[in-house]
Write a protein that binds this ligand. Structure first.
Ligand SMILES: Cc1cc2nc3c(=O)[nH]c(=O)nc-3n(C[C@H](O)[C@H](O)[C@H](O)COP(=O)(O)OP(=O)(O)OC[C@H]3O[C@@H](n4cnc5c(N)ncnc54)[C@H](O)[C@@H]3O)c2cc1C
Length: 529
């Protein structure tokens, strides 16, 4: 069963090692844990449903609570404190397109807003209902999960949009294929959600972002059905897929989607290296990206993230040995960890590894122990569970991410980190702030910063800390000319910053486009723009 007020399955706990806890206590001070509300009491506290009955709509408070929030920091505060002031008035789980259309017409008759719900893993407030008098119907896509067609000749697969990562990969792998889309939320996020948020997976360097993989599909909108034909390329005017990518449930409901698939690779390795400094590491990854080296993943941690990750791994003796070894190889405290992914044919991977090893050496880099990359691979989806155990010990974690041209990567990182430290440092509180880049392009890179800080004494104070932090770092991103999101989307939390990126005319054009599919503004209002 999914946790109702945290990440992932109830059956999985990832506990910090004693050394990890000691490190956090030393870095931030003792955590202040909050008393969690119970599921039953929180469900009982929901306001009565304002929707009339319908055979496809469940108005049980328990199911409404399970679909009330996603995974953003404020979502967690609401759920953990039991203060869920807005929840859907009903949840429907349609099994086909006809039921989707029926639900949209029921919502129109009831004057209700509609929130499409994939896996509920949004981290920017995409699926939380707004306050107000309008009833809300959440449409959860969990029954639309079938592989309906695999065109092996064209390497195209069509799935129901509600299929989650593991089920989608299992269907493809059984036939020798992969989509290659692995966001850290892979185990619980869905194909429709990836498309609606313009998601990016950990191996986007090889397989592409979701916009490179999404070829066509079908949507039900308040104005009717939209079919996006699967064409290898087209010069027939603007590409309507771009309306759907990043539409965040504002335009309609994606019922099924066709994606490009690849043959399963023969070989795949991840390797960890250490480079002497951020500057040398950044130059190296830029050159690798611009030479279009066929790597599947690049992840360069800054010096603080490198130190923090090694400490958080909770193996102090092994970390001390590694530090000693790297010092002997001339690397001091400014060293940065670089993780690379090699995926492809067995010979190609062997050749690439040798070639890249030379490049790393030339940049003053050193290969790290295999155990580091193995631990990353094993924990690539599991580390998110640490958020649960750290929260119960009184520590909160949040992240922001942007993308900028190479020439502004370092200054943007510095501005984001300085803004976060200034915001979190009020009242003499300490924080851990660190950054990596993990999606690289010839013209630039993503910048992904993580903040670890103590929860405050009560939910209001915790939320106030987070609001200050979010505002300060988002303003820093805007000032640096970065996008307000490289991969998580806009939702409610980034909406105020979108006009800086799109401009007045751009926002007007987006709103007009949405209005032609949803003239009454029924679809997920308050998100995106
Ligand atoms: C621990 C963790 C790690 C994460 N790692 C990554 C990462 O590596 N890369 C990344 O890109 N993101 C990541 N995310 C963010 C999140 O997983 C993505 O935004 C994901 O694409 C959301 O998919 P979902 O199915 O959960 O959508 P939901 O959260 O259910 O919905 C997100 C938005 O999409 C809309 N939507 C969903 N399904 C449909 C549909 N069928 N039709 C129309 N609209 C729809 C919703 O209305 C909503 O606006 C992470 C989140 C967490 C919690």
């Amino acid at each position: 069963m999914r946790r109702w007020n945290g990440w992932g399955l109830e059956s999985i706990d990832v506990e910090p090692k004693p050394a990890t806890e000691a490190f956090l206590r030393g870095a931030l001070g003792p955590g202040r844990s909050m008393q969690d509300a119970t599921f039953v009491m929180t469900a009982e506290g929901l306001a009565d449903s304002r929707l009339s009955s319908h055979t496809l709509v469940d108005r049980d408070p328990r199911i409404r609570l399970l679909h009330a929030r996603g995974q953003s920091f404020p979502d967690w505060v609401d759920l953990r404190s039991g203060r869920v002031e807005t929840a859907p008035d009903g949840v429907a789980q349609p099994s086909n397109r006809a039921e989707l259309a029926e639900l949209l017409s029921f919502a129109a008759q009831a004057g209700a807003h509609v929130i499409p719900y994939g896996g509920g893993t949004s981290v920017v407030g995409h699926i939380s209902p707004n306050r107000g008098d309008t009833p809300v119907l959440t449409v959860a896509l969990g029954h639309l999960t079938e592989l309906t067609e695999l065109d092996e000749e064209s390497r195209l697969a069509t799935f129901g949009a509600g299929i989650r990562g593991p089920a989608l990969e299992a269907e493809l792998r059984a036939r020798g294929y992969t989509l290659g889309h692995f966001p850290q939320s892979f185990e619980h996020s869905t194909l429709g959600g990836w498309i609606a948020t313009r998601s990016s997976g950990q191996q986007s360097l090889r397989y592409g972002r979701i916009e490179d993989l999404f070829v066509g599909g079908h949507l039900e909108t308040p104005s009717g059905s939209l079919d996006l034909p699967c064409l290898p390329a087209s010069a027939a005017g603007p590409d309507l897929r771009q309306f759907v990518l990043g539409s965040e449930g504002r335009l309609g409901i994606i019922s099924d989607a066709t994606v490009r698939v690849s043959r399963l690779p023969e070989a795949e390795h991840f390797r960890a290296y250490f480079v002497p400094s951020w500057t040398s590491g950044l130059r190296l990854v830029r050159e690798l990206a611009q030479a279009r080296m066929p790597l599947s993943m690049v992840r360069l941690s800054n010096a603080t993230e490198t130190r923090t990750q090694l400490e958080l791994a909770g193996h102090p003796r092994a970390t001390a040995l590694l530090r000693g070894y790297l010092q002997l190889r001339g690397q001091g405290d400014e060293r940065c960890m670089l993780m690379l992914g090699f995926t492809g044919g067995a010979r190609e991977v062997r050749f690439l590894e040798r070639q890249v090893a030379w490049e790393v050496l030339a940049a003053g880099g050193v290969a790290g122990p295999r155990a580091i990359a193995d631990a990353w691979r094993r924990g690539r989806f599991r580390n998110a569970y640490l958020r649960n155990s750290l929260w119960s010990r009184g520590y909160g974690i949040d992240t922001v991410e942007t993308a900028v041209p190479w020439s502004r990567v370092t200054s943007t990182m510095n501005h984001i980190e300085a803004a976060a430290k200034a915001s979190l440092g009020q009242n003499d509180e300490r924080s851990l702030v660190f950054t990596h880049i993990s999606h690289v392009y010839p013209a630039g890179s993503s910048v992904y910063s993580t903040f670890v800080f103590r929860l405050a004494a009560d939910p209001d104070a915790t939320l106030a800390r987070w609001r200050r932090l979010k505002q300060t770092v988002s303003q820093a991103i805007v000032l640096c000319g970065g996008t307000i999101s490289h991969q998580h989307g806009v939702g409610a939390d980034h909406r105020a910053y979108l006009p800086a990126e799109k401009g007045k005319l751009g926002i007007h054009a987006l709103q007009s486009m949405l209005a032609s599919f949803d003239p009454d503004g029924r679809m997920n209002p308050g998100k995106l723009c």
